[in-house]
Design a binder for this molecule. Structure first.
Ligand code: PLP
Length: 399
């Protein structure tokens, strides 16, 4: 007898980035010199005052279920955060808290999609968007972007992909995997397309605190009343406050959508972890200096990565303006050989770098394109320098 798994679940791919990280961890156990640039989370610790708030919550037995949409104190703090950091006015019935931004996005798609509804996603994309859209019985529609335009989607290209089935668009800025930060002028044009066509925007701003080189994070919901009425602004503590494992994310937006998300959250997970909610409350309302310390460290790594990678022959990239990723074009290496092996695609190049140089970069098939590798500079600056040096040597050995 075998258990029949639903076709919806069978169609879902396991997270390729998590699988890659598991592979790198296993390799590092065997060879500690392995350097993984795969991990999409900060390597810095959660700030001490946030951990202290969690300890206090435990000692005070704040260990019970909270409301499905989060405890009132945290929801107030989330409204305050949206106002302070994003200039957005969300009342208490316009915000909710869930176990991670990933779940907020997944629940938004479940709330919005009927079978066959189309959801636009600028490509390259964070792979979970695609599986989440399909799981919600929607149809993902990739919208191409270009490396020579910094991977910023064009409003007119988005408009070309709109049909009568288009229900929503996911805009992730600062972007995983490309590091793009969408400029205000383009977001204004995209907002016009969305308003004209009644398209809901899922604005994934998880990396909002990590913007560099004079770039500005512009929340699309701040660009006018009509687009505000169509936008769910998704945020969280994972990347900004180094709290990936705590699993707390937020949604802010129209009342009816927040109600739907809260209902689903109540039925799927009851609520986010109560201790983690107290920690998130401290993250948002406590001292904000750690935010800057974390962002400064990533800015320094980003500058170092751009400098060092710029000196490596055979690759190219658009300088990232946010998040902690560099999206490296490796297509110039296709057709070159290492022993009996020819490198034909990004997966081959990734495997070659792992085998030859013990460095892990995620191939772009995972992100919907074929010619790139994603480097996450979530390592120390020493490891970053060492890793790029090894990449350079490995490329020099190719025939
Ligand atoms: C673009 C993007 N959105 C959302 C998430 C999920 O964040 P959280 O840890 O809050 O679930 C990630 C995590 O890697 C991400 O890269």
């Amino acid at each position: 007898m075998s258990i029949q798994i639903s076709s919806r679940t069978k169609a879902m791919q396991p997270s390729a980035t998590l699988a890659f990280n598991d592979r790198m961890m296993a390799m590092r156990k065997k060879d500690p010199s392995t350097i993984s640039f795969g991990v999409g989370e900060p390597d810095l610790p959660t700030p001490e005052h946030i951990k202290q708030a969690a300890r206090k919550a435990m000692v005070e037995n704040r260990t019970r279920y909270t409301s499905a949409g989060g405890m009132a104190e945290l929801k107030d703090a989330v409204s305050m955060k949206y106002k302070r950091d994003n200039g957005l006015d969300y009342g208490p019935d316009q915000v909710m808290v869930a176990p991670g931004a990933k779940q907020v996005i997944g629940m938004a798609l479940l709330s919005l999609c009927d079978p066959g509804d189309e959801v636009l996603v600028p490509c390259p994309y964070w792979i979970s968007f695609i599986d989440q859209i399909r799981f919600a019985s929607g149809e993902p529609i990739p919208v191409p972007t270009r490396q020579d335009e910094g991977f910023v989607p064009h409003a007119d290209v988005i408009a070309d992909h709109v049909t009568e089935r288009t229900r929503a668009i996911i805009l992730n800025t600062p972007n995983n995997p490309t590091g793009a930060v969408y400029p205000r002028a383009e977001l204004e044009r995209i907002a016009d397309v969305c308003v004209e066509n009644d398209i809901v925007v899922i604005a994934d701003s998880l990396y909002e605190s990590l913007v560099f080189g004079g770039a500005e994070h512009v929340p699309i919901a701040s660009l006018g009343e009509e687009i505000n009425d169509l936008t769910l602004t998704v945020a969280g503590v994972s990347k900004s406050y180094c709290m990936t494992g705590w699993r707390v994310g937020f949604g802010g937006g129209p009342v009816d959508l927040i109600k739907a998300l809260t209902k689903i959250n109540g039925q799927l997970s009851t609520c986010a972890n109560s201790i983690a909610q107290w920690a998130a409350l401290e993250a948002l309302t406590g001292p904000q200096e750690p935010l800057k310390v974390i962002a400064d460290e990533f800015a320094a790594r980003r500058d170092l990565a751009i400098k060092l990678l710029g000196e490596v022959d055979g690759i190219s990239f658009a300088p990232p303006m946010g998040a902690f990723y560099i999206y490296i074009n490796c297509s110039e290496l296709f057709g070159r050989t290492a022993g009996n092996t020819t490198l034909n695609n990004a997966t081959d190049v990734s495997n070659y770098f792992i085998d030859e140089a013990r460095i892990g970069l995620i191939p772009s098939t995972v992100f919907g394109d074929t010619g790139h590798l994603r480097l996450a500079y979530t390592t120390s600056q020493e490891d970053l320098a060492e890793g790029v040096q090894r990449m350079d040597s490995a490329i020099a050995k190719l025939k």
